[in-house]
Each structure stands twice: as structure tokens, then as C-alpha cells.
Design a protein around this ligand. Sequence first.
Ligand SMILES: Nc1nc2c(ncn2[C@@H]2O[C@H](COP(=O)(O)OP(=O)(O)OP(=O)(O)O)[C@@H](O)[C@H]2O)c(=O)[nH]1
Ligand SMILES: [Mg+2]
Length: 423
Amino acid sequence: MPSFQKTCPQTPTFENALLVGCYRSSRDKKKTLDSLDELKRLAETAGAIVRHRLVQEVRKIDPSTYIKSGKVEEILALAQSGDLHVIIFDEDLSPTQNRNLEDVIGVKVLDRTGLILDIFAKRAHTKEGKLQVELAQMKYLLPRLVGKGIHFSRLGGGIGTRGPGETQLEVDRRRARERISRLQQELEGLKRHRKIHREKREAIPLPIVTLVGYTNAGKSTLMKSLTGADVFVADTLFATLDPTVRRLKLPSNREILLTDTVGFVNKLPHQLIEAFHSTFEEVRSSDLLLHVIDISHPLYRQQVTAVEGVLRDLELDSISLIKIYNKMDLFHHEDSPEDPIIGISALKKEGLKNLLLSIDDHLSKNLKQVSLFFPYEDFQPISEIYKNCRVLSRKDLGKGVRLSVEMGEKHLNRYQRFIEGHK
Ligand SMILES: Nc1nc2c(ncn2[C@@H]2O[C@H](COP(=O)(O)OP(=O)(O)OP(=O)(O)O)[C@@H](O)[C@H]2O)c(=O)[nH]1
Ligand SMILES: [Mg+2]
């Protein structure tokens, strides 16, 4: 029986990396170069020093090594002559390509997915976050355990082998499957727990407003500036993995729940989307999404498109959304974004009043004016109503109280039995 012990081979603190980007035709070259810039940031976040880049036209993908054998030779020469610890491909490699490249070059090979999973493993702090990342990593590793066994063991630890990577070294597919189903069970348990939490939260049906956006756009900074929440902010990718929720009062005195959550990235690994299902479930119950955009980023338009793509994939695109252009203090572009513009600086706390008014405005649009009657023997919900909705008028009558209230769908459902004229 293979052991399930963690093995921690010697790893340099920083690993020298070679990045490889491939494009099908010269039209795509610029896109590949941009994507490689992002891969560099991802690699640095994982602890690598990017020493070399290889950008290559690949008309036809080689099924055994992705790039042509000539290029493999070139990389081999580089690996033999220098201090190279890891090769990172921007495109996803098949398990076979990954293994073959490592066999020939003798250096650890990762793809973008493996790298992102590694960063998530480093960042996960809560029990649920850790389980989710481990599940994603196991799913990524499972097809890589076929055939010759585990190739990573020869190639040292470090980037791409953190978290379950290390425990994987000795396990076979059966044990990996067992682990996957155990993780799924545990997550299911946590999900039930979370559901109870959510139901409790929804018992006070405050509108839920969720910050979404590309990683590093400034979501957590905005959360901090608006609510004073002590959330982690960093100039690094995937600073936030675990959702944080705080109450916030809008100018109309209406209270909302503001949620900060995990950022998106181009080519977000599907294993992560699946594993973070319950995190995204939470987003699904939002009344409004605030899409935070880093306008100072030269590729902000592509980032917007990537985020919109992920929202569509997660079927979150039916929730109403406001685009917020952040980091206006750094904004130097000639071309201005599409309107209507909400420009802010989360860091300098500029434009926040305007943002809060817009949130108020958006939420009001989904509100209806209704008349409710509370008999004196069923009077308790009135204090809740005063707290969570806008009361327009009140009349104390002989048998109870009549309120004219502005409320959203959530409240309409909750207080349906008090609505006058309702059968
Ligand atoms: N100049 C400037 N920097 C900002 C602004 N907002 C955020 N930042 C910086 O941008 C970096 C990323 O901010 P975060 O708030 O961690 O970004 P995030 O969207 O939560 O990122 P993830 O959690 O990785 O998805 C930090 O270095 C912030 O200080 C802003 O309005 N102006
Ligand atoms: Mg964050």
C-alpha cells in the first residue's frame, strides 16, 4: 500500500522559471504576449523568478510534447546550461505532454492551471477554502497519475507541488479517487452548514450586494473603505479566496449586506470553478453585483470581457450589475470607458458617496410600493420592516397598523400574508 505521508523534497526559496507562450497565427501574437505578462505575475505570486520567456508560433500542436521537438531541444540546452527549476506553459498541457516534457528536459513542467491551483493552495486559509483547493488539485492530478506513476517525485517540491501535490507523490489513482470523494463529502457537510447560515441571514432579508471582478481590481480595498472590514488587501493575484460579509448603511438609511469574494482571471481553471461551487452559490443569492474594474490596467477591457465570460459560465449574468471603474487616481488612458461611468478610487476613498447613491438607486428600481396591515396580535414584524425597508406612511387603526412600504422581491415574499388585498 503506498504511503500517504507528506514528502517535502528540498526546494529553493525562489525558483527560476521559463515561461512558454504559443500562438496559432501571427494575428494572435500580441494576445499571447499580453497573456504571458499575466503569467509572469502569476508565477511571481507563486514564488518564481522569471528568467526566460519563449514565445513561439505553433501551427499544429504536437500531441506528445505540445511544442516541436526542435524547441524541446532548445529548452533542454537551456536547462542543462543554467539554473532552471520550472517551466511554465501558458496553455493547458495534456497529462501526457506534461509528463513527456519532464522526462525529456528533466525539469518540472507546469501549465497555467497547475500554477493557479498552486497559488490557491498557498492562499487558502479557512477549512472550506483548503478543502475546495485540495479537491480542485486532486481532480487536476488524477489524470496525471496514469501510467508510469507520479513523475513529480523526481522533480522536487515547490511551485505546483504544494498542498496535496506533496501527498500525491506516493498515492495511486484509487486512493486519489477515495480522497476526492471524501473531500466532496466534507464539503457537502460544510455546504449544509453554510446553508443554515445563509438561511439565518436571509431571515433578516437585507439586500445582498456582491463585489465581483478581476483579481487585483481593488474589491477588498473597496470593502475595507466602505465598511471598515479588516480584509486582506495586497498587490498580488488572488489575495482573497474566502468570502467576507459586512453590513453597510446606504444614504437612504437602507441597510445592505456587502460581500467580498474571490477574484477571476483569464482562463480560470474549470476544476476551481467546480470546487468553489458553494462560494459561487453564495453569489447567486445576490440582489446586485458590483463589477469592480481596474481602469489603470492597460488590458482592463480584456479583463472586463473575461469577468463577463465567467459570470455567464456560472449563470450569474441574470443578476443586475453595476460597473465600477476603480483606481481613477491612476487613470491616464486617452480613451474613456463606456458610460454610465461610476469612477472611484477605493484607496483614496473618492467617489464613494456617488457609488452608494447608485447602489441605492439600483435597489430602489426593483422596489414596489405596497400597503401592509399588521393586526395587533401579529405585530412583531413591524420592527423588522422599519429596519429593512422604507416606510412611507403609517396609520394606527383600531385593530392594528397599516403601513405603506417600499420593498423588494425578497421582502414581498416574506411579508406576503400582510399585504392588503392578498388572498
Ligand atoms: N492606486 C490605487 N490602488 C488601488 C486602488 N484600489 C486598490 N488598489 C490597490 O490594488 C491592489 C489590489 O487590491 P485588492 O483590494 O487586494 O484587490 P482585489 O480585487 O481584492 O484582489 P483579489 O482579492 O486578488 O481578487 C492593492 O495593492 C491595493 O492597494 C485604488 O483606488 N487606487
Ligand atoms: Mg481581494
